[in-house]
Design a protein around this ligand. Structure first.
Ligand SMILES: [Zn+2]
Length: 264
């Protein structure tokens, strides 16, 4: 897996050379948090069909040293990083900071768009840390870069977290969804559906996308009612922080929910 990193790097968004080091999560996010969190956790779940009659789910938990902002990757060029990605980052930063700290603010439609584009960008960048579970196709990256909107088939929510286990945690489930085991090989073993859960401080972000599943099958209603769906955007203005809070058990349920959604 490390061999792939040594090839001349092309930007995962624009395809240009000149890839530079970039933070997987924005480095300022870690600094917004109290100093207690010097470690973050990354969960990766891969789903495979090694043969047409076999279905394998491989969970992997990785504890990383340092705050969330310390993780770096080399998948994005300097032009994208300091251009549209930096603009989006700066636009989203005040709202994200308020969510991490559980402070009051409002989320009108335009801010829903900014937050959802930031969420899609962060999801795409984070997903590339585990190529085996990568499920977002290149065309989704291009839609985001060109329009500064997530693709239409994405669904993105923000929520308010209060608990112990998830203060700095990233969970990614990348899986291959097929209507039957016999149909699975036609996808070439490449995941086509993903769910990403990010928690930093009190901020919870959840993003799902699939090239085969209907987008509105992504979330169980009992969880959806506790979250603010920012993509697709609505006319609502969400007052933050919301009354509903998700604790450790609910965030675990949320992060695993995609697996039950996939079994139709
Ligand atoms: Zn680029």
């Amino acid at each position: 897996m490390a061999k792939k990193e040594k090839l001349p790097g092309l930007c995962m968004f624009c395809g240009r050379t000149g890839v530079t080091k970039q933070h997987m999560w924005p480095d300022w996010l870690g600094s917004v948090l109290p100093r207690e969190g010097a470690e973050h956790t990354q969960f990766i779940t891969r789903t495979h069909f090694p043969t047409p009659d076999k279905f394998v789910i491989s969970p992997d938990i990785q504890f990383k040293r340092g705050p969330v902002g310390s993780r770096k990757i080399r998948k994005v060029c300097g032009k994208c990083n300091s251009g549209w990605m930096s603009v989006l980052e700066n636009q989203a930063k005040p709202a994200l900071t308020a969510m991490v700290r559980d402070e009051e603010f409002n989320i009108p439609p335009e801010l829903q768009r900014i937050l959802s584009a930031w969420a899609a960008m962060t999801t795409i960048v984070a997903e590339c840390t585990d190529p085996l579970s990568q499920a977002i196709p290149p065309q989704d990256r291009i839609v985001l870069m060109d329009s500064l909107n997530p693709p239409e088939h994405w669904r993105i929510w923000f929520g308010r977290y209060r608990g112990q286990d998830w203060k700095q945690r990233y969970h990614h489930g990348g899986m291959l969804v097929a209507r039957s085991l016999a149909e699975a090989p036609k996808y070439g073993g490449v995941p086509n559906t993903q769910a990403s859960t990010f928690v930093v401080g009190h901020m919870l972000m959840y993003a799902c996308s699939s090239t085969v599943m209907s987008p509105d099958t992504h979330l169980v209603p009992a969880l959806a009612s506790k979250l603010a769906r920012v993509w697709p955007i609505s006319d609502r203005v969400f007052a933050w922080p919301p009354v509903d809070v998700l604790g450790d058990e609910e965030v675990k349920w949320l992060s695993d929910d995609i697996y039950s959604r996939c079994i139709a």
